[in-house]
Design a protein around this ligand. Structure first.
Ligand code: 13P
Length: 249
């Protein structure tokens, strides 16, 4: 039985003061939510405020990126051991916005993922196709490529620390959600790839999240799909009431 994970990706939103205010409103709304694990992935500068506010609660905290070296002359970067030392549990790797705007490739996704796990972090690793790729019936091919180059190079022990988020790029921030059936199909493809690379048992326990315009009013139909093990939520995670409705779907 896979326990759902409901993860917020705040992207480049909120100050430390906003973060503290979010948690004081959010925590009481989710304190009895035992059906799901809850994570909030915040901008780097908000992590101390998030960790202080979430201490002792049922909400864990994560970052949205990391660099693969532990330390060194890499101006502007943050490493896995730094995030771990702060108290983070999670880190997002390979989000489509990093692939689109910041040169992330399947190869750098793999390097970041290995570094995160070596530092003791759990990874939410993002995959998903662009609109042109879906329209050209390339969704499966894209997932094969992203999985083959970005995930299959992990060891079985590393793979056990990974959650995959399927985020069709055309559904991110557009209000267009993949239908629950479309998402479930893509999740099935990913689970087949996981079985081929790591075996049936590892594939059966892999959590695959859906991301892309998840809102309080569509979360239940998505979560009704057996293949969907949670959500990675952007816009609707910025408001405590709306993210709590998603968590308490
Ligand atoms: P939206 O929920 O705003 O569409 O963002 C999805 C996403 O990219 C989460 O990582």
């Amino acid at each position: 039985m896979r326990k759902p994970l409901m993860a917020a990706n705040w992207k480049m939103f909120k100050t430390p003061a906003d973060t503290t205010a979010f948690f004081s409103a959010f925590l009481p709304l989710v304190k009895d939510a035992s059906q799901s694990e809850i994570a909030v992935c915040a901008p780097f500068i908000d992590l101390p405020a998030a960790l202080t506010a979430a201490a002792g609660s049922n909400v864990s905290v994560g970052a949205q990126n990391l660099y693969w070296a532990n330390e060194g002359a890499f101006t502007g970067e943050i490493s896995g051991p730094m995030l771990k030392a702060l108290g983070c549990t999670w880190v997002i790797v390979g989000h489509s916005e990093r692939r689109q705007y910041f040169g992330e490739t399947d190869e750098t996704v793999l390097r970041r993922t290995k570094a995160a796990i070596a530092a003791g972090l759990k990874v939410i690793l993002c995959v998903g196709e662009m609109l042109e790729e879906r329209e050209a019936n390339q969704t499966e091919a894209v997932l094969h490529k992203q999985f083959g180059a970005g995930v299959a190079g992990l060891t079985p022990e590393e793979f056990a620390e990974v959650v995959i988020a399927y985020e069709p790029v055309w559904a991110i921030g557009t209000g267009k959600t993949a239908t629950p059936e479309m998402a479930a199909d893509a999740h099935k493809t990913i689970r087949h790839l996981a079985a081929a690379a790591f075996g049936e048992a590892a594939a059966a326990s892999l959590r695959i999240l859906y991301g892309g315009s998840v809102k309080p009013d569509n979360v239940s139909s998505l979560m009704a799909q057996e293949e969907i093990d949670g959500a990675l939520v952007g816009g609707a995670s910025l408001d405590p009431a709306s993210f709590s409705k998603i968590v308490n779907f």
